[in-house]
Design a protein around this ligand. Structure first.
Ligand SMILES: [Zn+2]
Ligand SMILES: [Zn+2]
Length: 348
């Protein structure tokens, strides 16, 4: 089969021919119907030196995947060939306290996982291929009625990641509250939809690009703010001087984090989702009282089931542009240039 592989660090991925996978005991092979192209894949191509990650190329890219069950390994029950499924992308050890509640991204025994702190498309072969080998059937989640694999694929990361970040702050988002979404890209635009679908908060979206702000409005944002020196003031003005109850930073640079602190309300949450690598100083006087600042990474398996339900009911619909597997490099080029609207989904 054909597969888009990262062959070595600091290189462009290549479309190569690899053997079709066969499932061992307890494993599942999924025929891919959609594989999302994620901004973090660009970090994989650009940034890492050999030895800086607990795993190395070559491996097939694509960590947000959905398709149909193609083959079941010995002992797998509860799934049938041809059934539409999503793949939960973080593959932990399966038995530590974090994995037991389904939050494999926070696995506490990564050396016992199929690959330490990774998954399909992150150290092991992912979904930018005709088939993906999933090493444990627990990662294969049946799609609810009304959701096809192209729509479902981005929900496994571009949906699940903002969902996890928002869900933890639900108690701070009653009617009358304000949530700010910084960065309306692949994750941020879905974040706006999730806020609208699951909370009564007013949503303010921030981005540098006019098209992104328009997308945020289409997704239900009540107000948009162009990123810049006056952005924090505009958010304070829009909230009667109080600031935002929850700020979700999908960029994560020095600039956006500084904006997050300047726009946050006392007792608010500032959640850093974007892996821009920026820092922000925290001292008694530098942040509003009782503001909690946290990073989040991906989400849990039960939360994926919830996101898929939102997707199937039409409450959350990532904006997608589809590309053939042979055009996957174009998708990444557009992602890099910032010209892609919504999420690129590769359809092999
Ligand atoms: Zn991702
Ligand atoms: Zn674990």
């Amino acid at each position: 089969m054909r597969a888009l592989q990262l062959r070595e660090w600091k290189s462009e991925p290549e479309l190569v021919e690899v053997p079709d996978p066969t499932p061992g005991p307890g494993q599942v092979v999924v025929r891919i119907g959609g594989a999302g192209a994620c901004h973090s894949d660009l970090h994989l191509m650009d940034e890492f030196e050999p030895g800086s990650m607990p795993w190395n190329p070559p491996f097939t890219l694509g960590h947000e995947n959905a398709g149909w069950v193609h083959a079941l390994g010995a002992g797998v029950t509860g799934l049938s060939v041809g059934q539409p499924v999503a793949v939960f992308g973080a593959w932990g050890c399966g038995t530590c306290a974090r994995c037991r509640v389904g939050i494999d991204p926070y696995c506490e025994n990564p050396s016992a996982a199929p690959v330490p702190s990774g998954g399909g498309g992150l150290g092991l072969d992912g979904g930018m291929a005709e088939f993906e080998l999933v090493p444990d059937a627990r990662h294969v989640v049946p799609l609810p009625e009304g959701l096809d694999p192209v729509q479902a694929a981005p929900l496994t990361d571009a949906g699940l990641t903002p969902y996890h970040a928002i869900r933890r702050s639900w108690p701070k988002l009653p009617p009358g509250s304000t949530a700010v979404v910084i960065g309306v890209g692949g994750l941020g635009h879905v974040g706006v939809q999730i806020l609208k679908a699951t909370t009564a908060a007013r949503v303010i979206a921030v981005d540098t690009r006019a098209e992104a702000l328009q997308l945020a409005e289409e997704c239900g944002a009540e107000r948009t703010v162009t990123s810049g020196p006056t952005a924090a003031e505009e958010i304070r003005d829009a909230t009667g001087g109080r600031g935002a109850d929850v700020v979700l930073d999908f960029v994560g640079t020095d600039t956006t984090l500084a904006l997050g602190v300047a726009a946050a309300r006392t007792v608010g949450d500032l959640t850093i989702v974007g892996i821009g690598g920026g820092t922000v100083g925290v001292s008694f006087f530098s942040v509003p009282y009782e503001v909690s600042i946290a990073t989040t990474y991906w989400g849990s398996r039960p939360e994926l089931v919830e996101v898929l339900d939102l997707g199937a009911r039409g409450l959350v619909r990532p904006k997608t542009t589809t590309f053939a597997l042979g055009d996957a490099l174009d998708a990444y080029r557009q992602l890099r240039d910032g010209t892609l609207e919504g999420r690129a989904v590769i359809v092999p």
